[in-house]
Design a binder for this molecule. Structure first.
Ligand SMILES: [Zn+2]
Length: 412
């Protein structure tokens, strides 16, 4: 018989239900068996019991949008008041990195994700270098290999231009997808090829969408910052005609807006865009601190929520963020929208993120049958629960609860 372990603490935050006072989680074989009041579970289940004391047990976090391969750029790109200068700096600095530096950054990024309690990530890759590192990291992940090419006007299979999609790994892994960078860096033809590949293999997709005012202007008029950038880089197709619509409507016209779409940032939205995102059951992945860093604006969380748009949370990369701590994203949203319920904010970084990445069945909440990826955050028992939890998390006071013991990492 598989031995049972009981983890109890002053609080248990299942995310799938209300916070439990003096709660416990029963674990066996790396899976959650039961969640409930400690006194009842200890009567019902026989097993080794660990009392973690004053603090909360909660599910490990889901970062739905990160670029680990940019981790080596931490501290090398200044904060900006518009996306253009940030993008120029980031592209120039990334071009200077060697494969060894990129790999070193990936390792540091992975260590940081683990330290801040992340179990599942949506990784956006431009080189493929992070795939073997993620595969041996112990983290769960969805791999989005990102395609760019505003001057790609040809049709035909995606693998003709991006050979990684012909690899057995890309074809065999359910957690491997083709991603489009953004409407200003991917031609309509290339969008179509990306969507075709994903449809063929039944994979989700992601795209940076409606991130900046310049993107909105570019799609409506075909000029401005992005036209200059593309011309400078020799990637401007002379016959280009702007679609004269919003980024969200544009993606929908291309057939790319649906329940398998993770639209990242989505800051610049009309009322119609909000309604369309909700109607198509598309995911909006918010990265508020990255938006502040690149000067693009701030996510309109209450309006997105009210419109019924499905929401998840990401940090984006260390080229546009100081660290990979999701609790800081939650706090940043809370400071901007203090009336928004903290349990709903935590759900964005747990259960919602897991659903967005197709892992809702085994991650994102403390529910029987799910993987026992548990965190413990110490909280003084005589103070306010939610502010203390979020602040302790943001301060990095996060430890992993090993499935079979009191201390150590997930899976120990
Ligand atoms: Zn990004």
């Amino acid at each position: 018989m598989v031995p049972l372990t009981i983890h109890q603490a002053r609080w248990v935050v299942p995310v799938s239900g209300p916070v439990l006072d003096h709660g416990a989680v029963v674990v066996a074989g790396g899976r959650i068996v039961a969640v409930g009041p400690a006194s009842r579970l200890r009567r019902y289940y026989q097993g080794k019991c660990y009392d973690h004391g004053d603090g909360a047990i909660l599910p490990a976090l889901v970062n739905a949008h990160v670029h680990l391969e940019f981790s080596a750029l931490r501290g090398r790109i200044p904060r900006q008041s518009a996306l253009g200068p940030w993008l120029r700096d980031a592209m120039a600095e990334f071009a200077q990195l060697s494969a060894a530096e990129i790999n070193q950054g990936v390792q540091e990024g992975l260590a940081e994700l683990r330290r801040f309690g992340t179990i599942l990530v949506g990784e956006i890759s431009n080189t493929g270098l992070s795939l073997p590192e993620l595969s041996k990291s112990g983290l769960e992940f969805h791999y989005f290999y990102e395609c760019l090419g505003f001057d790609h006007l040809n049709s035909g299979p995606l693998e003709d231009d991006f050979p990684i999609f012909a690899s057995s790994e890309a074809r065999a892994r359910d957690n491997f997808s083709a991603a489009a960078h953004a409407p200003y860096s991917v031609s309509p033809a290339l969008f179509g090829r990306i969507f075709d590949w994903n449809r063929g293999y039944r994979r989700r997709t992601t795209v940076h969408l409606a991130e900046s005012r310049e993107e909105v202007e570019f799609l409506s008029q075909g000029n401005g910052f992005f036209q200059h950038l593309l011309q400078q880089r020799g990637r401007w197709p002379a016959a280009y005609q702007p679609p004269q619509c919003s980024p969200v409507v544009y993606l929908d016209r291309l057939g790319g807006l649906g329940p398998q779409t993770l639209a990242v940032h989505v800051i610049w939205l009309s009322a119609f865009d909000l309604e369309l995102l909700a109607r198509r059951s598309a995911w909006a992945v918010l990265c508020p601190r990255s938006n502040q860093f690149t000067g693009t604006g701030f996510p309109r969380l209450p309006e997105l929520y009210q419109a019924g748009v499905r929401l998840a949370l990401g940090t984006d990369s260390l080229a546009s963020n100081d660290d990979l701590n999701l609790f800081k994203e939650i706090l940043t949203l809370q400071q901007q929208y203090p009336e928004f319920a903290p349990d709903k904010l935590l759900a964005l970084a747990t259960s919602q993120g897991a659903l967005a990445l197709g892992r809702g069945h085994d991650l994102g909440s403390l529910s029987p049958g799910k993987l026992a990826a548990l965190l413990f955050i110490p909280i003084a028992s005589d103070r306010h629960f939610w502010p203390d939890l979020l602040e302790a998390g943001a301060a990095g006071k996060i430890s992993w609860v090993a499935a079979s013991g009191a201390e150590g990492g997930y899976g120990n």
